[in-house]
Design a protein around this ligand. Structure first.
Ligand code: SAM
Length: 281
């Protein structure tokens, strides 16, 4: 067998191994180890600190679900704050909505963006849009000091370890709450209820202690731990199902590969063990 890479899942003593054709980029930044690999079956994959961030084969699932669920609920998603998201996939999906006027993308590590612009342009190239302003700094600090108000905050972060840990803290959520308009929505990637139940519950507990309404929705991301992933929908006003803008969704008629009106509703129908995890948080 040739070159391979395995992501190790310590929570369940398991691993996912990819056969690798070529290592295109491998560097340590002041914050993380960043690697881009070429594979036969999954296209190019981005790995940070030995965790798979995205593969060209299934990144559309994650990016469509972290963006279109909130943007087809909020009536005027004009000003968006993306925390993390240095690969550009979340910005790419946001820019499919004509109402979006401005995106501030705050990623701690410029090397991630540079590597993705060079090696994974299918995901990254919309970062160069004039509607996107990149800030390469710690998101925890950015939300403490920014005066701008936002309609939607999307926390497209690494896992709650290392530099990503602060993005799962109560203080961070409180700061995000303050910079959201009165009808603002925060979305965060919230790990796997199947293989990281403790983490999911800790994150949910903190989010529920800050926002008046918190719901969770799920997606099937084959190259993420267990493939079963969830997102937090923390809202100051809107309900993700009652306020779903179905007519607008049909009017925009975006060509998407995962997200659609049924998935928008179905994703909030959680399995009992996941619902109990969150209800008990
Ligand atoms: N979809 C991926 C996932 O769920 O694992 C996340 C992808 S995105 C590449 C994650 C980004 O979060 C990385 O580019 C990383 O640099 C950024 N990040 C980690 N900690 C951060 C922090 N404290 N402030 C801002 N960005 C941060």
């Amino acid at each position: 067998m040739g070159l391979s890479f395995s992501e190790i899942y310590p929570e369940v003593n398991a691993r996912l191994t990819f056969e690798i054709e070529n290592v295109l980029f491998s560097e340590k930044s002041p914050y993380q180890k960043i690697v881009v690999m070429e594979t036969g079956q999954f296209g190019r994959i981005l790995i940070i600190d030995d965790f798979v961030m995205l593969t060209e084969r299934d990144e559309f699932v994650y990016h469509e679900m972290i963006v279109h669920v909130p943007l087809f609920v909020h009536p005027q998603p004009q000003n968006i704050l993306i925390i993390g998201g240095g690969d550009g996939g979340t910005a790419r999906e946001c820019l499919k909505h004509p109402e979006v006027e401005h995106i501030d993308l705050v990623d701690i590590d410029e090397m991630v963006t540079q590597a993705c612009l060079q090696y994974i342009p299918s995901v990254a190239n919309q970062i160069l849009s004039k509607k996107v302003k990149c800030h390469f700094q710690d998101g925890v600090e950015y939300v403490k000091h920014v005066a701008q108000k936002y309609d939607i905050v999307i926390v497209d972060s690494t896992d709650p370890v290392s530099v990503g840990e602060g993005l799962f803290s109560k203080e961070f959520y409180q700061d995000c709450f303050k910079l959201l308009n009165d009808d603002g929505i925060l979305i965060n990637q919230s790990e796997s209820p199947s293989w990281q139940p403790g983490e999911v519950q800790r994150i949910a507990g903190k989010l529920k202690s800050v926002f008046p309404a918190v719901r969770y929705y799920q997606a099937h991301i084959p190259t993420y731990p267990s493939g079963h992933w969830i997102f937090g929908f923390a809202s100051k006003k809107y309900d993700p199902l009652k306020n779903f803008r179905k007519n607008h969704y049909q009017h925009l008629n975006l060509s998407l590969k995962y997200y659609n009106a049924d998935i928008h509703h179905g994703a909030f129908a959680l399995p009992t063990f996941t619902r109990e995890l969150i209800d008990d948080a």
